[in-house]
Design a protein around this ligand. Structure first.
Ligand SMILES: [Zn+2]
Length: 522
């Protein structure tokens, strides 16, 4: 009942007119359930976006110098069940990520997006009420569509190794201005630095939008922004907006990037289309603009699903990095792409010339698991096994070479080891008809025939194969499997993977024709 009433209030705000007279946004859909998902378009949907294909290797990787390692995870988005869990067990919120806590602590600096206020005694609309203490009362501490968390969440993030959080996100104003004030006070009091919001009355001189962290003798500037605040007007100017404040954002980045006492500028925007694996044009344009202005890395969040990473070389020749969306770190969302996420490690080197370069980026595939007793926790898949479907979704986007095995030393530039050999790149047919497979999951919706050399992703046909634009052409032949099967066309043996050869074959069924296709050798 309370939930549907709250929903009505928020839906009533959809498309509201913001102070600047523009229709600012549509409301967030980050409810617990749903299965909408726009998978990654391998050709890229956004102009200028170039997904990294294969190993992510930075030119300056092997340069000697001082080093620092940064870890980053996505949204800390605590739906009701997760808050109830935290209030009922002794590790509290840490019970949600205890299995990866050592991975958070392994880096010199660890970042997370704190998606909602931690405002004790503040109810809907910023109303001051008596605080119920650590209990999910649905008045002070609430879930979708307006979140608020008990401030002990901050203690637990600190204990687990989180060193810096973004508070600029679409839930930043879920308790209006008093909620931001209380959240900033609570973070300040506990010593967890934040970026992207500030207290009523703060100015650039009393509290700048950026925050500096120091670790391993590196001073890093963090700067967060959000695309919007779910239709709640920012009356006191407490939130930095990515697009509305784009000029100011760029100016801050430019200023920080030019400062000799700052080693690197990292921007953490909250942006993008929910449940889409494809960065939109606005994200890509803004990322490039900020990187070109002096940022070294962009680490995005909000879509609740992963979006790919990119190596961007700026006009002045710097190699920079963007990961468009880290997805949820912890959430109550259960659909596969929403419970599949990663922990990013980014390594920086200060060279003898004094410039700071990226020496590597690797990731740990993570998965939000529901235990048989209903409790939830995020796990490192390669540590616990299973969750193959989740791992496959993530690895398909970020590459198997770039996976960091949680048991290994934290090396982000393995190619700098003289004994290192490059991994063989995936064949263009892999993941599609003609590709290798061990079961159907590698076959993009088609079937794996495991008896053929290396396995064959294919589908039955009676004369023609369905048009699959953007991928290798296929042709219907008799492989002795009974009926026709689609295989990849070729013009040379090199186009066929190991164990297969390029040969002319008659079409199975009608109309008659022959083509060069990949068939099993011998
Ligand atoms: Zn969000």
């Amino acid at each position: 009942m309370a939930r549907s009433a709250a929903l009505f209030v928020v839906w009533g705000l959809v498309g509201c007119v913001a102070d600047d007279g523009m229709i600012e946004e549509t409301v967030s859909l980050d409810d617990e359930e749903g299965d909408a998902y726009d998978p990654l378009d391998p050709l890229g949907k956004a102009d200028g976006f170039v997904p990294v294909d294969g190993p992510l290797v930075f030119e300056g990787a092997c340069a000697p110098g001082d080093r620092v390692t940064i870890a980053a995870v996505g949204d800390v988005l605590l739906h009701g069940a997760l808050q109830r869990q935290a209030f009922s067990v002794s590790p509290r919120y840490r019970s949600l990520w205890l299995g990866v806590e050592d991975l958070l602590q392994r880096a010199d600096i660890t970042y997370a997006n704190l998606e909602g206020p931690t405002a004790d005694g503040v109810a809907a609309g910023g109303r001051s009420v008596s605080d119920p203490g650590p209990t999910f009362d649905n008045v002070v501490y609430t879930s979708y569509p307006a979140f608020n968390y008990h401030p002990t969440l901050i203690d637990d993030l600190l204990t687990s190794g989180v060193d810096i959080v973004s508070t600029a996100n679409n839930h930043g104003l879920d308790r209006a201005a008093p909620g931001v004030d209380r959240t900033v006070d609570n973070l300040d009091a506990r010593g967890l630095p934040l970026t992207g919001t500030r207290k009523s009355g703060d100015t650039e001189s009393t509290r700048p939008w950026f925050t500096l962290t120091r670790a391993a003798d590196f001073q890093i500037a963090w700067l967060a922004c959000t695309y919007a605040t779910n239709g709640i007007t920012d009356r006191n100017g407490q939130v930095l907006f990515c697009y509305r404040d784009a000029d100011r954002l760029e100016a801050i980045v430019r200023e920080l990037g030019a400062r000799a006492d700052i080693d690197a500028v990292i921007v953490t925007p909250h942006w993008g289309l929910e449940y889409s694996a494809n960065p939109d044009v606005r994200e890509v344009d803004m990322a490039h603009r900020l990187l070109d202005a002096g940022a070294l890395a962009i680490i995005g969040s909000h879509p609740h699903v992963l979006q790919p990473w990119e190596l961007h070389t700026t006009p002045d020749g710097r190699e920079t990095f963007a990961l468009y969306s880290l997805g949820n770190f912890v959430s109550g969302q259960t659909h596969l792409p929403r419970r599949s996420t990663l922990l990013l490690y980014l390594g920086l080197t200060r060279t003898s010339a004094g410039s700071v370069v990226i020496h590597g980026a690797r990731y740990v595939p993570l998965h939000m698991t529901t235990n048989t007793d209903g409790s939830k926790m995020v796990e490192a898949i390669d540590r616990v096994g299973g969750d193959a479907d989740s791992r496959e979704l993530t690895v398909a986007m970020f590459g198997s070479y770039n996976v960091y095995p949680p048991g290994a030393p934290l090396v982000l530039d393995p190619q700098c080891d003289p004994g290192w050999e490059p991994p063989s790149p995936p064949h263009p047919h892999d993941g599609w008809i003609g590709g290798s497979c061990v079961d159907d999951r590698a076959c993009g919706g088609t079937t794996c025939v495991v008896e053929l050399p290396g396995g064959l992703c294919t589908e039955p046909c009676t004369g023609t194969c369905a048009d699959r634009a953007g991928r290798a052409l296929t042709f219907c032949v008799d492989l002795g499997l009974g009926g026709g099967h689609c295989v990849a066309q070729c013009t040379t043996d090199a186009e066929c993977r190991t164990g297969w050869v390029c040969r002319a074959r008659e079409r199975f069924g009608e109309p008659p024709a022959s083509r060069l296709v990949c068939v099993p050798a011998g």
